[in-house]
Design a protein around this ligand. Structure first.
Ligand code: GLY
Length: 258
């Protein structure tokens, strides 16, 4: 059984952090309606969805992916790179305690879960404006006993590693090679985003299919041509907040290996 932890949209979503985007008004009601469609898509893919309550004082808190890395054996509670987001970590730790033993990233380490792509027993970690080498070193220490390798990857031009690359099938990654060095991922089948859709590399993959945003039709067509089964959702409002579909859930096996 897969669990998907989500959190409802903050009424103060318009005060979210922005790094590479200009601020445009977010329709918070529409954002919540789209979030419900996203939760329905997670259910369609076999997840038991946990919807945590909205946090008015934490504008970015819908982006639960950034505050934890959940593996079968253990979960790491991150220390987000943006100061406004650091208080989110304590709340996600509470939500994850029933499921996993917890480890913590400590200062001076900072890492956003959006910078962490796990493929098998390797964690690729974006070296971005949010995530640093100190956090990578701590992750290595926490995860070496469980047999995981942790590989830093420099990213430029986007917020997170998973803005530039995500998994869409067991052996396949969706990638924008303009924002990172694709050589890190040469062992995989790579599908490149359409050059006119640089933000199109973020997709949620679980065994039954992929949740994909409707705003990238050309890359969507490429995925279909590669035989990827898609559930398409409108993510326009989280995209205005520099979010994407992976950011809005933490997906993991209910029973890990505790
Ligand atoms: N607004 C998403 C982030 O900057 O973390």
């Amino acid at each position: 059984m897969l669990i998907a932890i989500t959190r409802d949209i903050s009424p103060n979503f318009n005060q979210c952090e922005l790094t590479h985007l200009d601020r445009t008004p977010i329709d918070v009601e529409l954002a919540q309606a789209q979030h419900h469609q996203y939760q329905a898509a997670l259910r369609q893919l076999g997840c038991e969805v946990i919807a945590l309550p909205a946090e008015p004082d934490l504008p970015d808190s819908v982006f639960v992916e950034d505050v934890a890395i959940v593996l079968d054996e253990v979960a790491i509670i991150t220390r987000p790179g943006a100061d406004s987001r650091k208080p989110e970590a304590r709340l996600i730790a509470e939500a994850l305690k029933p499921y996993r033993e917890l480890r913590y990233i400590e200062s001076p380490g900072t890492v956003d879960g959006g910078d962490v792509l796990r493929v098998g027993k390797t964690l690729y970690v974006g070296l971005s404006s949010r995530s640093n080498q100190a956090a990578i070193d701590q992750m290595r220490q926490h995860l070496a006993p469980f047999g995981y390798a942790v590989q830093g990857v420099e990213v430029t031009g986007c917020l997170h590693l998973k803005s530039a690359v995500t998994q869409v099938a067991a052996d396949t990654l969706l990638i924008n090679p303009q924002w990172l060095d694709a050589a890190y991922f040469k062992a995989f089948r790579l599908i490149e985003v359409d050059p006119g859709e640089p933000g199109a590399a973020n997709a949620v993959w679980v065994d039954l299919g992929v949740i994909y945003p409707s705003s990238f039709p050309k890359t969507q067509q490429r995925l279909i041509e590669h035989g990827i089964r898609l559930i398409v959702v409108d993510a326009s409002e989280v995209q205005k907040a520099e979010g994407a579909v992976t950011c809005c859930s933490l997906i993991f096996q209910k029973s890990g290996k505790m």
